[in-house]
Design a protein around this ligand. Structure first.
Ligand code: 1HE
Length: 260
């Protein structure tokens, strides 16, 4: 059953890229409980050797968010546990083993935007639009959006989206900070995969530091952040791989930084 709503495919020359695809296009990749739990299992159990992941959605839309047909009358306690179930799953995406790149198109709304926000890089094509319809459905975000989305676009923009139902198109969304890349229609997956192959070449400790240390450092008071940064830097540079990469540059064997 899980295969019909989500697929995992290991790709790339050295089988280093996990491609995770939401395959519930008939329901616009609405995120049922079963789908959220399957997503969690996939990110908790990525095969050894995988060094980056891409997540995308089949059909016209990335994801229509929470499966509203499951939003029955939950009491407060059940609602709390449901939200915490989403938190646990999306923590496995954000703080898992490898950087995750979201390839976005069409609707990236509600819980779909919460899922995209848990990824490390977002690539959006020109068909992408972003919304938080929770406001008009009489509910609130519950998949970590109140924490992650203000960090991308600011609390003021999120408040406006939820109070007024404002929808951001792809270009305005990129300017606001939803996505780091804006690409022509139909090319988000290819760009995301290309980036994943690049990310997979980094030293694993550097990727670990970016995924696990940087977001924590950014939230720490400056004096604590400086100390955490220094410790992470010391650990990363002590790895034999770091020494080899620096030596390769000094010997003229590694690529220079090119002007953009
Ligand atoms: C759904 C859902 C869904 C579509 N749950 N079934 N999210 C929303 O409020 C967004 C609701 N969805 C939409 O606004 C639109 O569906 C879309 C703009 C995403 C796409 O429109 P369209 O015209 O391509 O598709 P459609 O005809 O609206 O939907 C096709 C089918 O998908 C239809 O079912 P069918 O059986 O009649 O074919 C829809 O009912 C179904 N469908 N979206 C369930 N979301 C952790 S808390 C997070 C809280 C939230 O995410 S709230 C926001 C929910």
């Amino acid at each position: 059953m899980a295969d019909e709503i989500i697929q995992l495919d290991i790709r790339g020359s050295d089988r280093q890229i996990a491609v995770v695809r939401l395959t519930r296009a008939a329901k616009r990749n609405a995120l049922s409980d079963e789908l959220i739990l399957a997503l969690r299992r996939i990110f908790e159990n990525l095969p050894a050797g995988v060094r980056a992941a891409v997540i995308d959605g089949e059909g016209e839309h990335f994801s229509a968010g929470l499966d509203l047909s499951e939003l029955q009358e939950r009491d407060a306690g059940a609602g709390l546990l449901h939200s915490r179930m989403w938190h646990a799953a999306l923590e496995c995406v954000q703080y898992g083993a490898v950087p995750v790149i979201a390839a976005l198109h069409g609707a990236v709304v509600g819980g779909g935007l919460e899922l995209a926000s848990a990824c490390h890089i977002r690539v959006a094509d020109e068909t992408t639009f972003y919304a938080l319809p929770e406001g008009s459905r009489g509910i609130f975000v519950g998949g970590g959006g109140a924490v992650r989305i203000p960090r991308l676009i600011g609390a003021a923009r999120m408040t406006d989206m939820m109070l007024t139902g404002r929808v951001y198109n792809a270009a305005d969304g990129e300017r606001a900070g939803f996505a780091q890349y804006l690409v022509p229609a139909g090319t988000a997956f290819d760009k995301a995969f290309e980036l994943a192959e690049r990310v997979a070449q980094n030293a694993p400790l550097t990727n670990y530091a970016l995924m696990h240390a940087l977001p924590r450092i950014a939230e720490q008071p400056a004096d604590q952040g400086f100390l955490t940064e220094a410790m992470m830097a010391a650990i990363a540079q002590s790895a034999p791989e770091a020494k080899e990469r620096v030596r390769a540059f000094l010997d003229g064997r590694a690529a220079k930084v090119k002007k953009a």
